[in-house]
Design a protein around this ligand. Structure first.
Ligand code: HEC
Ligand code: HEC
Ligand code: HEC
Ligand code: HEC
Ligand code: HEC
Ligand code: HEC
Length: 492
């Protein structure tokens, strides 16, 4: 056979390597189209689909092209070396049994390969949508969020339900983000800790409110906060609150409470002067009748229009619905209250908190070994020693992530006001209207919740439906500045 085509050019595209390359290239184009179609019709956009469709599939396309040209090059080199006419081109002679067999095998393999590509793409697609993928595939950067998520009330809600939601715009945004994150993980260039609040988090209406009906009547929630002091006997100190969450649906209960005032009757906008939205010097309220009231702190004299104004939604209070990083103080209290740590061990509260807040840890392993050596020294011979070490390790592993620098210090929780400013970012009595007549402060400690009981033992049985005056350990305290002393570790 003549190794040149009809026009006298050599026919180089006649070798098995180039042919295999073309099949690979065709399969990757096919996989790309398929993935694109699946994702287009899928319920939730999948942020990591972008990786498959726009990174993995093209990578195979390039490999295919590489093989095609590689084959061409080898063939050409062979031809040049052997001199003109010596090229053994690819000849398929359908009347030859051997060629027919080879061709059948080749076509069959090609078809099987396409089929496997289809099945593989589909399976991979579903895998990337799963919680395991989000939390575990890029293990290190997502570990803190994944672990805290598993211990949250949303442990069975898919990551994508809060982080992507539905609709084309967010679908595309999440794709771009997914590719960006993949590159970050591959190059190791990502923030430690991951920065918060998330700038690209979707509005609560499109995520939270798909499951939580905003008007729903919640009524009062009875919550008990069990604490132990950092003294030798770990003196218990418990507060029992009735939180006035309320609701906005008059057919199911009286309208009012925390939810009503914030989201349902009013629109609340604010300016935060720091990245973490902890400093809020300016608040604007628009009530249901359209009356606008501005509150600001004395220090804030700027023109509000020079700042970016955010409309408050669920996430301004509930910013840790799935990733709550407990403070060492709360985590140890919880372990003691639930019996995992024996409160009769002297100084145990204080010792555990001190081990957890140590800032010298760079890895989890290092922290765990320091925790066990210290505890084994301090409580040598105690029968509770092993369970104490296990409990301390569990607290560390579920709340503090030194590799990612992720813990309560990096992620404030805005739902309360004890360890962070939380509600008191606005309700601190320092936000006033221009005439000074109205102050943004809930009237007293029993306006958002009723302090039903406090203290320990018999004290806790003295329930007061009107609310007690807060008795701070041994003295009354109505000061709204809790977080200036309480920082999640030892109070100042
Ligand atoms: C119930 C809703 C919800 C679910 C489910 C959820 N998240 Fe989040 N996540 C949030 C919110 C709200 C924030 C942002 C907090 C902020 O901006 O202050 C967040 C923040 C994050 C952050 C940024 C770091 C941080 O802690 O602020 C990462 C990373 C993250 N989530 C990953 C995940 C992963 C992985 C999953 C699934 C294993 C998941 N999330 C499931 C609501 C959710
Ligand atoms: C896919 C549905 C779904 C989405 C989306 C969702 N949640 Fe939830 N949420 C749940 C379920 C289920 C529970 C658990 C209910 C229970 O325990 O009775 C829950 C519980 C809660 C609770 C009560 C927590 C507790 O301590 O018991 C809060 C607060 C909450 N969600 C806030 C949010 C916020 C804020 C968002 C948006 C960032 C959100 N949810 C998004 C389904 C969802
Ligand atoms: C002003 C702050 C604030 C805002 C804004 C807010 N919440 Fe709440 N919400 C609370 C507090 C406080 C509680 C009770 C304590 C807790 O859950 O930790 C609560 C409780 C809840 C609960 C738990 C009810 C239960 O039975 O356990 C859900 C669910 C909830 N909120 C959903 C929402 C959703 C959805 C939005 C947005 C539409 C929202 N919240 C906006 C402060 C707020
Ligand atoms: C961004 C600022 C801001 C934050 C943060 C905030 N609030 Fe408010 N809150 C307001 C404004 C503004 C009003 C309306 C005040 C008025 O009507 O004078 C209000 C009103 C209320 C009221 C009704 C008060 C009354 O006297 O009738 C309650 C209850 C309330 N908030 C609870 C909370 C709780 C609980 C939190 C924390 C989880 C919180 N708020 C966080 C701005 C805020
Ligand atoms: C603006 C509303 C609001 C006001 C005003 C308010 N609280 Fe609270 N408080 C809350 C909310 C919301 C929580 C916790 C919700 C949660 O943990 O989910 C809370 C929690 C607490 C707790 C339990 C914290 C813990 O971890 O043990 C104590 C104690 C407490 N408040 C005392 C007070 C005192 C004392 C005052 C008056 C100085 C006060 N509160 C005023 C909203 C308020
Ligand atoms: C001047 C500093 C200071 C202020 C302000 C303050 N506390 Fe405390 N608080 C302490 C100290 C010190 C302890 C004792 C801690 C110990 O022995 O573990 C304590 C203990 C507590 C405890 C029990 C133990 C624990 O750590 O959980 C609670 C609950 C508490 N405070 C709530 C509050 C609340 C709510 C406010 C705001 C209304 C507040 N505190 C304001 C210093 C302060």
């Amino acid at each position: 056979m003549n190794p040149t085509d009809g026009n006298g050019r050599p026919r180089f595209y006649r070798n098995w390597i180039s042919l295999a390359g073309s099949i690979l290239a065709a399969a990757s184009v096919f996989a790309f189209l398929l993935l694109f179609a699946i994702d287009l019709f899928a319920h939730h956009g999948n942020p990591y689909m972008g990786i498959l469709a726009y990174v993995v599939a093209p990578a195979f396309l390039f490999l295919g092209l590489f093989l095609i040209f590689g084959g061409l090059w080898l063939q050409r080199r062979h031809a040049l070396k052997a001199g003109p006419g010596a090229v053994s081109p690819l000849v398929i002679n359908l009347s030859s049994v051997r060629d027919r067999k080879t061709l059948t095998v080749f076509v069959a393999c090609g078809l099987v390969f396409l089929l496997l590509t289809a099945i593989g793409s589909n399976r991979t697609y579903h895998y990337t949508e799963s919680v395991q993928f989000c939390g575990q595939a890029c293990h290190e950067p997502m570990k803190p969020e994944f672990v805290t998520y598993q211990h949250s009330p949303h442990a069975r809600v898919e990551c994508t339900a809060c982080h992507v939601g539905e609709g084309a715009e967010w679908y595309i945004k999440s794709k771009i983000n997914g590719v960006h994150q993949l590159i970050g993980v591959m190059t190791g260039e990502y923030d430690r800790p991951i920065k918060t609040p998330l700038k690209n988090l979707r509005l609560a209406q499109d995520t939270c409110e798909q499951c939580h009906w905003p008007q729903k009547y919640v009524g009062n929630l009875d919550r008990t906060y069990t604490h132990f002091l950092a003294d030798e006997t770990n003196t218990p100190f418990t507060v029992r609150l009735s939180l006035k969450v309320g609701g906005g649906d008059p057919t199911h209960g009286p309208v009012g409470g925390i939810h009503w005032h914030m989201n349902l009757a009013n629109k609340v906008e604010y300016i935060a002067t720091d990245e973490k939205r902890q400093q809020i010097p300016w608040v604007r309220l628009t009530d249901s009748k359209g009356v606008v009231t501005e509150f600001r702190t004395e220090e804030f004299k700027d023109d509000p229009s020079k700042h970016s104004i955010r409309t408050a939604d669920c996430m301004d209070c509930h910013n840790r619905p799935a990733h709550h990083f407990r403070t060492p103080n709360d985590a140890v209290d919880l372990a003691m209250a639930s019996g995992r740590v024996d409160p009769t061990l002297p100084w145990v509260k204080s010792n555990l908190v001190a081990l957890l807040v140590d800032t010298n840890y760079t890895t989890e392993d290092q922290a765990l070994s320091k925790i066990s050596t210290t505890l084994r020294e301090k409580y040598a011979g105690k029968p509770q020693l092993d369970s104490l070490v296990t409990a301390a390790h569990n607290i560390f592993k579920t709340t503090i992530f030194p590799e990612m620098k992720a813990d309560w210090r990096a992620y404030p929780n805005n739902i309360s006001h004890k360890d962070w400013a939380g509600c008191f970012r606005c309700h601190d009595g320092k936000h006033k209207t221009a005439d000074g007549k109205r102050t943004l402060k809930a009237s007293d400690c029993n306006s958002c919740h009723t302090i039903l009981a406090q203290g320990a033992g018999e004290e806790l049985e003295k329930l007061n439906p009107k609310g007690h005056t807060f008795f701070h350990i041994d003295a009354p305290n109505e000061d709204f500045d809790c977080h200036s002393c309480h920082t999640g570790a030892f109070p100042k």
